[in-house]
Design a protein around this ligand. Structure first.
Ligand SMILES: Cc1cc2nc3c(=O)[nH]c(=O)nc-3n(C[C@H](O)[C@H](O)[C@H](O)COP(=O)(O)O)c2cc1C
Length: 369
């Protein structure tokens, strides 16, 4: 049904317009009490077996919405209503910014992929913090806040920009993510180098602890799939050294070669980060490498190319405690999250593992044993 609608309506529209239209419907539905209760009952069923604990937070299930979809924290209840068990808002930057000129989002339908060069279009940390402070949640959910650098802030002042966002947003975040991996802010990804990442993560940790004193806000870093293997190991070691709570793997890729892309070459050549199905193999590989390095010492979040329950299950077996998705939601529609949770519950039931936590990393442990 959604696929027919997608073909007839959304596919003919500019992707960013389609996004905002769908977004508006979701927000509207979430404002109507009878409708949202009905939709949530249908799409966000709770499976007892899928209850998950990650960095000290209890969640209904492992599958959540990746950053970038709800950049300004306007649709947390709407996306929870659709069955995402945690919502990562952002990326939010210190200052508001418009992002890159349009057109900046492209659909590679034949590849079940997207290319985006949005460039962190968002209302900025002060506005998003005010919205979160005023929020009266309808559904209980976990809200992650993903922060990044304001484009006009020079790289030499990047730490100050992240600290500003942290001071404003940490108090509203169930967990905080330092995003150093989007390809659309010049110089951002160089912050992944350990000598730059160490002072950045240390400063954000200190700012979070200074701002929020009654609890410890979990701190995660989100990395790119384009890092060389040695750099992945270096980030993993740094995360352990600094006592980070988690690593999110991965953001979008700047790679195009070797991904078997079949869409129009002009589309494939668009500048930006590629997400969706072609990213699947590399994201899984990065996750496996991380788990082999850090084991259970750090919580891993798997994202990139997850299309169905089997993909999500493979990430859990590879070492992910939480899994996230974005691109496939565009192609699969509102029943997507429900299908993933249902499929995960079915897989767990016939697996040798009594709990989801037992399944985490089971495949990677077998290979490295
Ligand atoms: C249009 C678009 C915008 C995105 N914006 C952000 C962002 O602001 N911050 C971020 O950390 N990741 C962002 N991402 C990356 C996603 O969170 C995710 O890591 C990536 O798309 C891989 O997952 P997927 O294959 O399920 O889409 C964005 C992705 C897309 C498609």
């Amino acid at each position: 049904m959604y696929k027919i609608f997608f073909r007839l309506v959304f596919r003919r529209m500019d992707p960013e317009r389609a996004h905002y239209l769908a977004f508006r419907w979701i927000r509207l539905a979430a404002r109507i009490p009878v409708l949202r209760t009905f939709v949530a009952a249908a799409l966000a069923p709770r499976h007892r077996a899928l209850r998950t604990e990650a960095f000290g937070l209890r969640m209904h299930g492992p599958f959540g919405l990746a950053a970038g979809f709800d950049k300004n924290a306007v649709a947390i209840d709407g996306m929870t209503m659709l069955g995402f068990d945690h919502i990562e808002i952002g990326t939010v930057t210190g200052e508001p910014q418009p992002g890159n000129p349009k057109t900046r989002l492209f659909r590679l339908v034949a590849d079940r992929a997207l290319i985006n060069r949005m460039g962190f279009n968002n209302e900025g940390s002060a506005a998003v913090a005010a919205r979160l402070a005023a929020r009266r949640p309808v559904f209980r959910t976990t809200v992650g806040v993903n922060i990044g650098k304001t484009k006009v802030v020079p790289e030499s002042e990047a730490i100050g920009d992240y600290v500003l966002s942290t001071e404003r947003l940490a108090g509203h975040a169930d967990y905080l993510v330092v995003n150093v991996s989007s390809p659309n802010t010049p110089g951002l990804r160089s912050l992944q180098a350990v000598d730059q990442l160490r002072p950045l993560l240390t400063a954000v940790r200190e700012a979070a602890d200074r701002t929020v004193t009654h609890r410890r806000v979990p701190l995660l870093v989100k990395i790119a799939p384009d890092l060389a293997d040695e750099d992945i190991d270096a980030v993993a070691d740094l995360a352990v050294e600094l006592g980070l709570d988690g690593i999110i793997a991965t953001n979008t890729t700047i790679a195009r070669e070797g991904l078997g892309l079949v869409s129009d070459p002009a589309l494939v050549a668009e500048t930006g980060g590629l997400s969706g199905a072609p990213l699947k193999a590399r994201s899984l590989e990065v996750l496996r490498r991380l788990y082999a390095r850090v084991g259970d010492r750090i919580t891993l979040v798997g994202v990139g190319g997850i299309e169905n329950a089997e993909d999500a299950w493979q990430r859990i077996l590879a070492g992910a405690t939480l899994v996230q998705g974005y691109s496939a939601f565009i192609y699969e529609g509102p029943f997507w999250s429900r299908a993933i949770h249902k499929g995960l519950a079915a897989r767990l039931a016939v697996s040798p593992y009594a709990t989801l936590a037992e399944a985490v990393g089971a495949d990677t442990r077998k290979v490295t044993a």
